[in-house]
Design a protein around this ligand. Structure first.
Ligand code: PEP
Ligand code: MN
Length: 386
């Protein structure tokens, strides 16, 4: 286990002098990094009360609270501002828990650094804006701090990577990432849909990055938080940032998604932390055997797809010769309907089968339009000439 936990005020003093003592977990560490605290700092009493409960539980490594809140609508609570930094200092000094807060511009960053904060995060609404991220990076230049970059509100992995790179390029001591889900127009049980494939791809591109999950902003409601948290750990994320409030119903922001300290405690006790690699030989052998079979099946799927795409090419030629459009809505509807039915009979999720067929269909259309527009195939239907 690679945490160095500054649990005492004494250790905290060391932290302020030396910079970061909390070594961020790598993906493969077994013990997850836990960050908890209210969505927003509301009063000194609220902050100290929740910090006291969390410190007594000895489960969290960092205490979170937002003091500058980028709210979507102007009539929402926009944060207590700079005076909240003094409350966070008290948390650090009195409970030995380093605090982390959100910075959304260079001024916030300077004020947080001046007050001795060693942990910061960049929120989803800031990650979308490279100018804002660069301003923060410039204000951070070489600072001995840890900065977590939340994903942008929409699913653009390059924007997320770009923000991480800007902070890394500023020479910041440690940079991590927080997956908090993505805005969507689709109706969904989540406040922000997780699209787990995006953080998984981010981790593939940055294998050493500490990637944690914020189940509170993904879930948006209390009952979903344990499920999202477990899923994040099952996907090998290195930790969780959870919103915890002494009296969630009365919270000034995100009231529906905050847990009481008691709920948080019970949830953490119920979470299973699995390891990336098992150590039991029988398990490893069985896993290898299953993986071999999967490798062969993937080969068969790809060969079948190759044959299917070759036929698409043939059909494309016929359509061109007979001046028929690439796309026929009736045929496409029939494919979707029959394949979903077939999939359903085989016990597969209909939505998955639909997505798979759509993917194949897009490729078929790409191949056939290529044939239609290929001048080496004789008459070019787009040119209107012989
Ligand atoms: C927050 O953590 O309170 C917050 C505002 O998060 P996000 O940037 O993910 O919306
Ligand atoms: Mn919040």
């Amino acid at each position: 286990m690679r945490f160095v936990l500054p649990l005492q005020a004494q250790a905290m003093k060391g932290l302020n002098e030396k910079g970061n003592d909390l070594v961020l977990p790598r993906v493969k560490d077994k013990k997850p990094l836990l960050i908890a605290g209210p969505c927003s700092a509301e009063s000194e009493t609220q902050i100290l009360s929740v910090a006291e409960s969390l410190a007594a539980q000895k489960k969290v490594q960092l205490f979170r609270a937002g003091i500058w809140k980028p709210r979507t609508r102007p009539d929402n609570f926009e944060g207590i501002g700079e005076k909240g930094l003094h409350w966070l200092r008290r948390v650090q000094e009195e409970f030995g828990m380093p605090a982390i807060t959100e910075v959304a511009n260079a001024r916030h960053t300077r004020e947080a650094l001046d007050q001795g904060l060693k942990y910061l995060w960049i929120g989803a609404r800031t990650t979308v804006n490279p100018f804002s991220v660069q301003d923060i990076a410039d204000a951070l230049k070489g600072a001995p701090v840890t900065v977590f970059v939340k994903n942008p509100i929409h699913p653009d992995i390059n924007l997320w990577m770009g923000a991480i790179e800007r902070i890394q390029n500023a020479g910041v001591a440690h940079v991590g990432a927080i997956h908090r889900g993505f805005s969507t127009f689709r109706s969904s049980p989540y406040r922000n849909i997780p699209l787990w494939e995006i953080p998984i791809e981010l981790q593939r591109r940055f294998p050493d990055l500490t990637l944690i999950c914020d189940p509170s902003h993904i879930a948006g409601s209390r009952p979903l938080i344990p499920l999202v948290s477990q899923k994040a750990l099952d996907l090998n994320m290195a930790g969780l940032m959870v919103e915890v409030h002494p009296n969630p119903e009365e919270a000034w922001s995100d009231a529906k998604q905050q847990l009481t300290p008691g709920h948080f405690h019970d949830m953490v006790d119920l979470l299973s932390v699995r390891s990336e690699h098992g150590s039991d030989d029988v398990f490893i052998n069985q896993l290898e055997e299953l993986r071999d079979k999967i490798d062969k099946l993937d080969e068969e799927i790809l060969s079948a797809l190759e044959v299917r795409l070759k036929m698409i090419e043939q059909i494309g030629q016929y359509k061109r010769q007979n001046n028929v459009t690439v796309y026929q809505i009736d045929r496409w509807n029939e494919i979707l309907k029959t394949r979903a039915k077939m999939g359903g009979e085989l016990g597969m999720d209909a939505e998955f089968v639909k997505k798979l067929m759509e993917l194949i269909h897009v490729e078929s259309i790409r191949i056939q339009t290529g044939i239609m527009q290929d001048p080496s195939q004789g008459q070019d239907p787009l040119s209107g000439q012989e």
